[in-house]
Design a protein around this ligand. Structure first.
Ligand code: NAD
Ligand code: UDP
Length: 341
């Protein structure tokens, strides 16, 4: 365990960041939270405090603003950084590549400049299975595979982020960990914290919960002619609190090399149609859906080999896809009842 417990959490009011803050507080860390609310809202800070019973230290600002970023490093004795802040919508990145390269890479470059200046060496970087550049994984994807060609500018920002961190790690004391997420879903089991998409959700589970809650007319399942058992895409859905816990484990990882990389998934693939059927079974609510054309950038099937995280981070998914669906539905109802937006 590291001594000084102030950890900078960039993008901390976002979906995964907010759940990680709860885990950090529960384990005695002091998260220093930064976000520009480009894809989140101030209500999340209140919800985090409601769960933890503690006030968060929060700074609103953009990581591309070097003066703002440096002011946080000046005020706090940080012992590490968990870097979530990024734009993440694959299709939008295809439409607006410069917007994605600018935000995701300039933010990281500024962060690394501050870390070097203030001698902060530990960074956990939000990466993605998209860096494997694989279309259809008949076998689980392992970290030993070489990274491929991501299928979107968003994916390339993760690929380049990893490369940048690895290059710097080879020349300095920086010790980065790349966590390659598969598909984080769900919400805090209390139902008081969850994903809060601004506008129509891009991701499938929030689209399902909003459809069933009456906020959307119907779910469109993108494509039914993929090379999968039922023709719909297969993904490895993992509960967001499990993803959050892995970040806290990563903070006390012992390195045998300049940097390290771990997949975060369950090891099990689920198709979109199976996800819809599971939602109906667990909640007893029918999901109104239709099939539509394939979504650009989507690939057939992706799922993780998770043995490395088990071995070296002593981490594995504790919650099931059923838990994640139930928690996401609980959160959808809670946020509507409490008018959280
Ligand atoms: P999110 O959009 O909910 O959270 C990201 C947060 O970063 C948002 O609150 C946003 O306002 C903030 N942000 C973005 N740019 C910023 C900037 N320049 N300065 C300050 N704040 C900024 O996303 P998430 O689902 O919590 O994802 C977190 C990280 O994990 C991202 O880096 C994402 O690319 C990566 N990731 C997510 C998934 C997923 O399915 N959710 C999968 C793989 C990787
Ligand atoms: N999906 C869908 N309808 C939606 C959103 C997503 O059918 O409204 C499908 C999408 O095509 C993919 C799967 O659900 O096969 C997971 O998509 P999501 O955007 O949640 O995550 P991704 O795997 O793209 O990171």
């Amino acid at each position: 365990m590291i001594e000084n417990k102030e950890i900078l959490v960039t993008g901390g009011t976002g979906f995964i960041g907010s759940h990680t803050i709860v885990e950090l507080v529960e384990l005695g860390y002091t998260p220093i939270v930064l976000d520009n609310y480009s894809n989140s809202s101030s209500s999340i800070i209140r919800q985090i405090s409601l769960i933890t019973g503690k006030k968060c230290i929060f700074y609103q600002g953009d990581m591309r603003d070097k003066v703002f970023l440096k002011s946080i490093f000046t005020k706090h004795q940080l012992s590490g950084v968990i870097h979530f802040a990024a734009f993440k919508a694959v299709a939008e990145s295809v439409e607006k590549p410069l917007h994605y390269y600018d935000n995701n890479l300039v933010a990281l470059i500024n962060l690394l400049g501050c870390m070097e200046e203030f001698r902060v060496n530990k960074i956990v970087f939000s990466s993605s299975c998209t860096v494997y550049g694989v279309e259809n994984s008949l076998e689980p994807l392992t970290e030993q595979m070489s990274v491929g060609k991501p299928n979107s500018p968003y994916g390339w920002t993760k690929w380049m982020g990893e490369q940048m961190l690895a290059d710097i790690a080879g020349k300095s004391d920086l010790r980065p960990i790349f966590l390659r997420y598969f598909n984080p879903i769900g919400a805090h089991p209390s139902g008081k914290l969850g994903e809060l998409p601004l506008g129509p959700p891009n991701n499938v589970l929030p689209y399902i919960t909003q459809t069933v809650a009456g906020l959307r007319k119907e779910l469109t399942i993108f494509g039914k002619d993929y090379d999968t058992p039922d023709g719909t895409c297969v993904r490895d859905y993992i509960h967001v609190t499990d993803v959050a816990k892995a970040h806290v484990r990563a903070l006390s990882h012992s390195f045998n090399s300049n940097f390290d990389v771990f997949n975060l998934g369950t090891g099990k693939g689920t198709s979109v149609l199976e996800l819809v059927r599971l939602f109906e079974k667990i909640t007893g609510k029918p999901v109104n859906y239709q099939f539509g054309p394939r979504r650009p950038g989507d690939v057939d099937a992706l799922f993780a080999d998770v043995s490395k995280a088990k071995k070296f981070l002593n981490w594995n998914a504790e919650r099931t896809i059923e838990d994640a669906i139930l928690d996401a539905w609980k959160w959808e109802q809670y946020r509507l009842e409490n008018e959280i937006s």
